[in-house]
Design a protein around this ligand. Structure first.
Ligand code: UT7
Length: 317
C-alpha cells in the first residue's frame, strides 16, 4: 500500500502585526471582548505591496527545503484559497512560475477555511493511485483584503498567511483517512462578495456569526467523533490535534467531545487570528519547527468554513 506522507512543512506571515489594542483605536471594540469571545490577541496583515502568491511561494520554499526534494520532482501543486489575487490564472500557477517548475500540474481549490484539508484529500488520492509522487499542498488566504473594516463583528477575526506541506509517496504510513462534508445551507450565512460582483465592490465579508458558530460547534464535534469511530481509535491514539483556528471556544468544544486535554492541542489563534485555509498548515509548521510534532506522531486535523464546507484527517506525520 502506498500512502501520502507529509515530509516537509513551511509557512509565511506578513510582517505587519495588528494587535487588539490597535483595533480599539479604529473601531468600537476591546481587547478583552476579542480575547474572551475568540482567543485572538493579534493577527498579521498584508501591506498593499504584499500578495497571496508571495506568501504562498515563501511557505512553499520553506516546505521544499525541509523535505529536501528538488522542486522539479513536484508533480502537482494545489493551493487552497478563497482569496486569489486574480480571478485567473490560479495562484497555484503563479507559485509554479515563481518556483520555476516546468513540468507539473497546478490548480486552486476553493473550500474556504477547509481548503487545506480538502486539498489533503485530493493529494492523498493522487499519491495512492500512483498518479503523483510528490505534491506541494498550500493553504493561503489574505482575508484582510475582503474584510469590511467598519464591521466590528468580523474585522477583528481574520488575519493573513500561508502554510505549505510536501506530501510524498511512502510505503509505510502517512495520511490514514480524510473526511469531507459540504452543506449549501450556509451560503447566505458566511460569504465574501467577489471583485467581479457589481453589487458590493470592493468585496466584503458578511457573516451571521452566531448561526455559523452553532453549526461549526455541532459539525466539528460530530466530525472528530466520526474520525475516531471510523479509524477505530480513541483520544489516546492522537498525539496532537491541529484544528482550524477560528475560535478558541469552538476548538475546546471539539477537543472536549473526544476527551482530549488542551495540552495536546496546537493553538496559534492568539497570534494569527483566523487565517482561513492557511490556519492548519501554519499551526502544523509552528509545532513541527518548535519540536512538539515529531516524525511518527499521530495527528488529527479538523476544519470548518464557508459553504458550509468542513473536513478532517487522521494521519501519521
Ligand atoms: O472560519 C470560518 C468559520 N467562522 C467561524 O467559525 C466563526 C463563528 N462565529 C464566532 O466565532 C462567533 O459568533 C463570533 C466570535 C464571531 C462572535 O461571538 P458571539 O459570542 O457569537 O457574539 P455575538 O455575535 O452574539 O455578539 C454579542 C455582542 C453583541 O452585542 P449585543 O447585541 O449583545 O449588545 C455584538 O454587537 O457583542 C457585540 N460585538 C462586539 N463587541 C465588541 C460583536 N462584535 C464585537 C466586537 N467588539 N468586535
Amino acid at each position: 500500500m502506498t500512502y501520502a506522507r507529509i515530509i516537509g512543512t513551511g509557512s509565511a506571515l506578513p510582517e505587519k502585526v495588528v494587535s487588539n489594542f490597535d483595533l480599539e483605536k479604529i473601531i468600537d471594540t476591546s481587547h478583552d471582548w476579542i480575547v474572551e469571545r475568540t482567543g485572538i490577541e493579534r493577527r498579521h496583515i498584508c501591506d498593499s505591496d504584499e500578495t497571496i502568491s508571495m506568501l504562498a511561494t515563501k511557505a512553499a520554499r520553506n516546505a521544499i527545503e525541509m523535505a529536501g526534494i528538488d522542486p522539479e520532482d513536484i508533480d502537482l501543486i494545489i493551493v487552497g484559497t478563497a482569496t486569489p489575487e486574480l480571478a485567473f490564472p490560479s495562484t497555484a500557477c503563479m507559485v509554479q512560475r515563481e518556483l520555476g517548475i516546468q513540468n507539473c500540474i497546478a490548480f486552486d481549490i476553493n473550500a474556504a477555511c477547509s481548503g487545506f484539508v480538502y486539498g489533503l484529500g485530493i493529494a492523498k488520492q493522487w499519491i495512492e493511485s500512483g498518479t503523483a509522487k510528490h505534491v506541494l499542498l498550500i493553504g493561503a488566504d489574505t482575508l484582510s483584503r475582503v474584510v469590511d473594516w467598519n464591521d466590528r463583528a468580523t474585522c477583528v477575526l481574520f488575519g493573513d498567511g500561508a502554510g505549505a506541506a510536501i506530501l510524498s509517496a511512502d510505503e509505510e504510513t502517512g495520511v490514514l483517512s480524510t473526511h469531507m462534508h459540504s452543506d449549501g445551507v450556509g451560503t447566505n450565512l458566511l460569504y465574501a462578495t467577489s471583485s467581479l460582483s457589481e453589487t458590493d465592490n470592493p468585496p466584503k465579508i458578511r457573516m451571521r456569526g452566531n448561526e455559523v458558530y452553532k453549526f461549526a460547534v455541532r459539525s466539528l464535534s460530530d466530525l472528530v467523533a466520526e474520525e475516531l469511530k471510523e479509524n477505530n481509535i480513541t483520544q489516546a491514539d492522537i498525539d496532537w490535534f491541529v484544528p482550524h483556528q477560528a475560535n478558541l471556544r469552538i476548538i475546546k468544544a471539539a477537543a472536549d467531545r473526544i476527551g482530549l486535554p488542551m495540552d495536546r492541542v496546537i493553538l496559534t489563534i492568539q497570534d494569527h487570528g483566523n487565517t482561513s485555509a492557511a490556519s492548519i498548515p501554519m499551526a502544523l509548521d509552528v509545532a513541527v519547527r518548535d519540536g512538539r510534532i515529531k516524525k511518527g506522531h499521530r495527528l488529527l486535523f479538523d476544519a470548518f468554513g464557508a459553504g458550509f464546507a468542513w473536513a478532517s484527517s487522521y494521519l501519521v506525520f
